[in-house]
Write a protein of this length. Structure first.
Length: 149
């Protein structure tokens, strides 16, 4: 497996099947241009040969606060079904964590849906700890909200 930082809209649209909804090129471009936004893609070479194909991604956003400094928010992690439970999620998470350390973040965090034991196991295997204290409160401003995972 090879992990590379996404730098082009084409890379993101080429991995569209990994996302919850179709990648919109204008949003992808905005994401790539925004400071503190990061997305890494995991690639595998198909057994049949050919060029490496994207099999997973992790995205993160740096958040800065006047009294705390900078932390990394792990926004989303996705791995294609045939590549799950092979270490791709752990490797992607560790890659984002390494970038967070490199960029001087004091920590990294992610919200996990209640009962998502697979996600919790992935994050724990990458060195994260469940502090057991989080409740997520949301505001939905979109006319068509994206589906909840």
């Amino acid at each position: 497996m090879e992990i590379r930082r996404a730098t082009t809209v084409g890379e993101l649209t080429g991995a569209e099947y990994l996302f919850d909804r179709p990648v919109r090129p204008e949003w992808a471009q905005r994401f790539l241009e925004a400071g503190g936004h990061h997305l890494f893609l995991a690639y595998e070479t198909p057994e049949s040969g050919g060029p490496p194909e994207p099999v997973g991604f992790v995205s993160g956003v740096e958040t800065v606060h006047p009294d705390k400094g900078t932390e990394m928010f792990l926004y989303e992690l996705a791995v294609a079904e045939p590549y799950r439970r092979r270490g791709a999620g752990r490797a992607l998470t560790r890659t984002l964590a390494a970038l967070a350390r490199e960029r001087g973040c004091y920590g990294m965090w992610v919200g996990v849906d209640t009962g998502n034991d697979v996600a919790l196991a992935t994050y724990r295997s990458a060195g994260g700890e469940d502090d057991g204290t989080c409740t997520v409160v949301v505001w939905d401003f979109a006319p068509e909200a994206p589906p909840r995972a």
